[in-house]
Design a protein around this ligand. Structure first.
Ligand SMILES: [Zn+2]
Length: 345
């Protein structure tokens, strides 16, 4: 299957760009390091309390003591650690940050405290790619997955194949995603390999599994893997009131618009996006009480089964796809809230 599969990066397209991508109201000043914008520590005279910069040493301390303190002080305490926003720092952490569950920042520039791990399998679901350690999420997200899996099994749908949630503390990932940072995003396969539709898949077989695509990207047409069972699953996910958006391939939205009630509100949450031909991406709303969570603007009025959907099948869309591919490099590294620095520690 691997030989004929598209490269791994193509499986998980970069996330939709949100209007607040470049909002820079972090507690600390934002500067530029190299070609990427990174949050920098503010000068002590202007520092916000949450930046946690060490106070200046007292003049009464002997110089040697000050030097020793400086040498042995952790980099982060000196305010000199400018590496904390790097994705490799976040992906290296293997445990969640203790404390009350908090989704912090934006979906594509944030982190999470109190994340919980989704187990490798449970009633109605199996998690793929466990070696990536991206099976952590805000409890609202893991609860959503469990609930969706139960509801799907009650409707006699196949066991869900769950892809990436977030890293243990969220944050940027070195590969595949721009979002999935605040513990509120999850990728779910549309369907299972045909021969394993009703059979369990052991973890080893799920490790490198590429779920079957339901759309041929070259022709933008649904293929034989698209069935009424898949349509039911997407509808079930989008109908959950906790769900903010569900990103799907435009051909999927087109099929669902044509299928049923064009006024169904859940259809509005289906957002057409590039890729998403072998999985859909569910994004939850900011959980109640998580005041540091930055919501996305609401979806536009209407259900989106109109010209805005038709655009995705035009030459303009194909041109935009090429432009987007170049732009995605520039968009990497949106500034993280300064609060996330404490979450990484
Ligand atoms: Zn995703």
């Amino acid at each position: 299957m691997r030989g004929t599969s598209p490269p791994r990066r193509a499986r998980y397209q970069s996330p939709p760009l949100v209007a607040n991508l470049f909002v820079t109201d972090t507690p600390c000043r934002v500067g530029s390091v190299g070609h990427r914008s990174l949050p920098l520590v503010a000068a002590p005279s202007r520092v916000d309390a949450s930046c946690r910069v060490s106070p200046r040493p007292s003049r009464d301390l002997p110089i040697l003591t000050v030097l020793l303190l400086f040498v042995f002080m952790p980099l982060s305490a000196r305010g000199a650690d400018r590496t904390w926003t790097r994705s490799t720092r976040w992906s290296a952490v293997r445990t969640a940050k203790d404390g009350p569950a908090r989704a912090i920042g934006a979906y594509n520039a944030g982190c999470v405290q109190g994340a919980v791990a989704l187990p490798p399998e449970g009633p109605g679901f199996e998690v793929m790619h466990l070696g990536r350690h991206r099976y952590f999420g805000h409890p609202a997200l893991t609860g959503f997955v469990r609930q969706l899996a139960l509801a799907a099994s009650e409707q006699h749908l196949p066991v869900l194949l769950v892809g990436d949630l977030a890293q243990p503390r969220g944050g940027p990932t070195p590969t595949d995603h721009g979002s999935h940072q605040s513990g509120l995003d999850v990728d779910i396969a549309y369907t299972r390999p045909a021969q394993m539709l009703w059979q369990p898949l052991p973890p080893a077989q799920r490790e490198d599994l590429q779920p079957p695509p339901v759309v041929d990207l070259a022709t933008q047409k649904l293929n034989a893997a698209w069935t009424p069972l898949v349509a039911e699953l997407v509808e079930l996910a989008a109908s959950d009131p906790a769900v903010e958006r569900v990103f799907v391939n435009p051909a999927v939205k087109h099929a669902l618009c044509a299928r049923g009630d064009p006024e169904a509100r859940w259809l509005a949450k289906l957002r057409p996006w590039w890729g998403h031909h072998d999985h859909f991406h569910v994004r939850l709303k900011c959980p109640a009480g998580n005041s540091e969570c930055r919501p996305q603007p609401p979806v536009p009025d209407g259900v989106g089964c109109d010209l805005s959907l038709a655009w995705w099948f035009t030459n303009d869309a194909r041109t935009a796809a090429a432009t987007r591919s170049r732009a995605s490099h520039r968009l990497a590294g949106a500034p993280l809230p300064g609060l996330c620095r404490d979450i990484l520690r």
